[in-house]
Design a protein around this ligand. Structure first.
Ligand code: ATP
Ligand code: MG
Length: 554
């Protein structure tokens, strides 16, 4: 899919245009700051496309920064997967890669500065007391007993915290702001806590770690970020972002701008919930093709272009909403319609013996890989005495609306001959197990000369050359549009989110490369599974159906 030159504007671009015009900034510097506590999901893709997209369009730069202040929940595998996913989406960051943990020394220094200015203090309230003292939206908070202790005393206590002199939860460092602020986040927020945790970047150097709100604004400022784009839930925290930068000795003061997060129907988007799905083995890992993770979408057969196009189509606003899954699906369908070669696969095989075809004769037909794009070339398709069609493409009887095969009727086998169903063979239960058909030899690329009516065109594979394949037919992971709103989201997992079928593919697919996409004629878009597929065992994942079956259903 070609990138369209015209990029839709949005309120963030308007702010940037204004800042450049007024001379507030000469260039634009954004960042994407994931916490390495899970795989990236499609919501992150929106943020990536926004931040890296703006940097690209304004010839600025965008940092990739790991927001790694929670060592217990983070690990190096997530650090690696995130880099891989950003690159796969087609973006690159300015070297070096950044980590908030690069700034632990500086952050400590800024905390000391706040203490020296009488703007931070060590507090000994436990978590429960802290909650109680904080008050509520209708009730102002109460001052901590140590709120007015001297800077000297606090410096010594903070140093002792750093040296491991206090247990986890025993004390914390808090910014001294306003216990009656209407913004709860301004009621003396904790900025450092004790955690005896090994860190994937800094090892055991630290036993105190800075909180997100303290770390984020300072990391932005240290990197010279001009516009710090984040999701709406940080709207209140903007006061804290600004307060911290206003009260420490730092020259740069980035502007925080909030936009609405992406929510998608029939899935969940919080890393904690995604983690639960993995841990409880509801799915087979972060990259399970049913997951809304970038790794899952990739394995499902989504292309980077389709995800970038999706981000473009949904745009950037301040309105919270839930996007329909069909919006994402139409992006990949549009992309694969153009680029995926066509092929034939039979998911529920029904044997068809062509009684008037010579016994062991194989005919190789030249067929094109794409109806509208010759550059995708041609392939050879064998035709022979026994073929398989899909069980759903035959009925003993049907009315005229049924455009497939019925007893006594004719259909065209795609790219090959017209056949007529003469007889059915049934097993002892009355199930049709084979069709005896005759073919019309003069119908290769021609209609039957005798005027026999052809009901439709169906797909098929030739029996001796076809390769067995597993088809993983994926559906939405949840059976309700907004599982996150349910009491227990695990209760509404769709029991039919994965249907596995054993069928056959045409021989040209024997060496289908991992991740390679095809349009299986009349079935949908599939790609060779990147993990389980090999030339001995073919596994295809359904990326998306040919049509929007969801709106059909509703
Ligand atoms: P989650 O709630 O899924 O755990 P998070 O916000 O904690 O997400 P981070 O790793 O902190 O995850 O996110 C990195 C960046 O991606 C942040 O700037 C965040 O605002 C953005 N982001 C996260 N989720 C979404 C989303 N659903 N839509 C848009 N941007 C998102
Ligand atoms: Mg976060």
């Amino acid at each position: 899919m070609a990138d369209v030159d015209h990029r839709p504007s949005n309120f963030i671009r308007q702010i940037i245009d204004k800042d450049l015009a007024s001379g507030k900034h000469n260039s634009v510097h954004t960042r994407f700051p994931p916490e390495p506590n899970g795989f990236l999901h499609i919501g992150h893709a929106k943020s990536i496309c926004l931040n890296f997209g703006i940097a690209e369009d304004y010839q600025g730069s965008c940092n990739l920064r790991f927001d790694d202040t929670n060592p217990e929940k983070e690990n190096i595998d997530f650090v690696h997967s995130i880099q891989q996913d950003v690159k796969w989406l087609g973006f690159d960051w300015q070297e070096p890669l950044h980590y908030s943990s690069d700034y632990f020394d500086k952050l400590y220094g800024f905390a000391v500065e706040l203490i020296q200015k009488g703007l931070a203090y060590v507090c000994f309230l436990n978590a429960e007391e802290m909650r109680e003292y904080r008050g509520s939206l209708t009730k102002p908070g109460k001052h901590s007993p140590t709120r007015d202790t001297s800077p000297e005393e606090n410096l010594a206590l903070f140093e002792k915290m750093r040296a491991g002199g206090f247990k986890e939860g025993e004390c914390s460092l808090r910014a001294k702001i306003d216990m009656s602020s209407p913004f709860i986040c301004m009621r003396d927020p904790v900025i450092y806590r004790v955690k005896f945790a090994h860190h994937h970047q800094t090892g055991d150097t630290w036993c105190i770690y800075p909180m997100y709100d303290f770390t984020h604004c300072i990391s932005d400022a240290l990197e010279g970020i001009t516009h710090s784009l984040c999701t709406l839930e940080f709207q209140d925290n903007r006061r804290l972002y600004d307060w911290i930068l206003d009260n420490i000795s730092i020259d740069c003061h980035p502007q925080q701008i909030e936009f609405s997060r992406l929510n998608l129907e029939y899935t969940v988007m919080s890393k904690r919930k995604l983690q639960t799905l993995v841990e409880k083995q509801v799915v087979q890992g972060w990259d399970d093709p049913r997951m809304p993770t970038i790794a899952g979408l990739r394995r499902r057969g989504y292309t980077p272009e389709s995800i970038r196009e999706f981000a473009k189509r949904i745009g950037v606003t301040k309105q919270d909403n839930i996007i329909e899954m069909s919006a994402l699906e139409s992006c990949i369908r549009d992309d694969l319609n153009v680029r995926a070669p066509r092929a034939m696969a039979v998911l529920d095989p029904l044997k068809v013996t062509i009684t008037n075809y010579p016994d062991s004769e194989l005919q190789w037909l030249d067929v094109s890989n794409h109806p509208n794009d010759d550059s995708l070339g041609q392939r050879q398709l064998p035709f022979g005495k026994v073929v398989y069609i899909d069980q759903a493409d035959f009925r003993e009887e049907a009315n005229k609306k049924y455009k497939r095969l019925v007893t006594g009727g004719c259909v065209r086998l795609r790219n090959a001959y017209v056949i007529q169903a003469d007889e059915v063979v049934k097993d002892t239960n009355g199930k049709v197990i084979e069709l005896l058909c005759s073919y019309l030899p003069e119908t290769l690329g021609e209609n039957p000369a005798d005027g026999r009516k052809v009901r439709g065109v169906i797909h098929w594979v030739e029996a001796t050359q076809a390769k067995p394949a597993e088809f993983r037919v994926y559906d939405r992971l949840f059976s309700v549009p907004n599982p996150a709103a349910e009491e227990d989201f695990l209760q509404c997992v769709n029991p039919e989110s994965l249907l596995i079928k054993q069928g056959l593919v045409e021989p040209s697919l024997q060496h289908a490369a991992a991740g390679h996409a095809y349009q299986f004629e009349r079935e949908g878009y599939y790609c060779a599974d990147s993990i389980d597929s090999s030339s001995e065992r073919l596994v295809f994942n359904r990326t998306v159906g040919l049509r929007d079956s969801w709106s059909d259903a509703s």
